[in-house]
Ligand binder design. Sequence first.
Ligand SMILES: [Zn+2]
Length: 492
Amino acid sequence: MTQPRAATVPDENRKPAPDALTIGRRLRHVRQEAGRTLGEVAEVVGMSASALSLIENGKREPRLSVLTALADALGTPLADLLATAPPSRRAALEIRLERAQRADSYQQLGLPAVKIGPRLPMEALEALVGMHEAMASAQAERAATPEHARMANAELRERMRAADNYFGDIEEAAGELLAAIKHPGGPISRAAVDRLAGHLGYNLVHTSDLPGSTRTVTDMTHKRVYLPQPEAGQHDSRSLALQAIGHLVLGHQVPADYAEFLSQRVEINYFAAALLMPERDAVAHLHDAKQAKDIAIEDLRDAFAVSYETAAHRFTNLATRHLDIPVHFMRISRDGVIYKAYENDGVSFPRDALGAIEGQRVCRQWTARRVFEQPDLSQAFQAYTDTRSGTYWCTAVVDRTADGLFAVNVGVPYQSVKWMRGREATHRSQSRCPDPSCCAQPPAGLAQRWEGHAWPSARAHSHLLAAMPPGVFPGVDDTEVYDFLERHAPTG
Ligand SMILES: [Zn+2]
C-alpha cells in the first residue's frame, strides 16, 4: 500500500483533461460565435469539412499543430481551445449526453443514440442528461446491495476452489519474511511478530481506544500499526498484527469495490495463517501424521498454538496440495446458518439463486449441526454422513464466542478417511437434502397440528443484510479513524 488516498471513482480512467470531446465542443462554440461555417474554416486550415466535423464531435483527437492552425483561423488563443471547462451550459450538457450514450451500459440496451446537434431542443437535452445520470446512480446503488455482495462472495469461492485453496505467492511472501527474521521454525511468538513488523519498518502499538468500527489501524506516515490490548478481546493479537502487516506486504491498494475488499480480506487471513503455521513446518507435521494415519486438527492447533478454527482453515490450504486429500470446511451458527464455507471435495452446500452460500442453512443431518445435540459440547464430534454427492466423514467442534455458539467443521470424502484420527466413529446419518422432505419441511404430524396457528417473529440476520456497509473500507467510520490517528500521532 502506498499513501492513503481519498475515495476515487474506480472505473473512470480519464486521460489528463481536456479530452477530445471537450475540445471539439469548444471548437464548435468558438466557430459558431465567430459566425463561420465548417466548410470555410476547414478550407483555411486545409482539411475537409467532414474531418473538421469529426473533430468537433469528439470522434477524432486533433494533433496540436492542427489545433494551433484552427485557433489561428478563428482568431482565438490556443489556450481557449484547450481550456477544460465546457464553453456553455448547452455544450456541457452535450458533452455529458455524448459520454452517456457512448457508455457500455447504454450500448447494451440496443437503443438508438440521439443525434446531438443544434436541432436538439435544450429541454430535451436537459431531460435526457438527467435521465441518463439518474439511471447511472440507480445502477451504482444497485451495485451496493447484498445481492452484489453475495455474487462477489460466490466468485471468490470459485477462485479459491480452483486453486485448491492454496496460494503459492502468499506462501512465498510469508516464507521470505520468516527467513528475513531468521525464524528457527515452529510456532511464531509475539516477539517474532514484533521483529517482522520491525523488518518492514513498522512499530506495533497496543492501545485501548481503537475506533469501534476497526480491528486495527495502520498509520502509514509514522509507520505504526495500532492494535487492541492483547487482553481486551478474544482475538489472537498476533493474528491481527499479521493481517495488518499483510496489507503492506501484499501491496494492497484501497479497494475499488466490495469484491476487492473481500479478496484482500481472504489474502490477509491467508498471509497471517501462513506465518502462524509456516508451510514447511506445518506440512512436515501433517506428513508425519498422514504416515501414522493420525491426522488431527487438534494436533495442528496445539503444535502451533493457534485457535481450532485457524488450524482447521490452514488444513484446507495444505491438505489437497501437499497430502492429496480433498476437504471441506464450514463455520455455522447454532441454527445451522453458514458463515464461512469452502469445499473442493464435492460436498454440496445449499446455495441461493446467485450461487452464494453464506446465510443458507445446512442439513440438520450434517455433523456440523449434530455436534450441537451432543451432551458434552467441549468434545469434538465425529460422524459419517451419506449425502447425495457421496459419503463424508466430518469432525466438528463448538466454538463459544460473544456472538453465540458456532460449529467449526472439517470433512473429507469417505475414501480419504483412512488418514484421519476419529475415523472409528460410529455415528452415521442420512442426508437427503435438497429433497425438502429430508429436513426442510416439518414432519407431517407436527405440521398438521400447527400449520396456520403459529406466528414467529423472525430474528434478522443483520450480518447478511448489511453485507456491504457504506465507505471505502466497508463499515469503517473514517472520521473516527482520523481522530484516532491525530490523537496518537507522535508530535514534533
Ligand atoms: Zn436435510
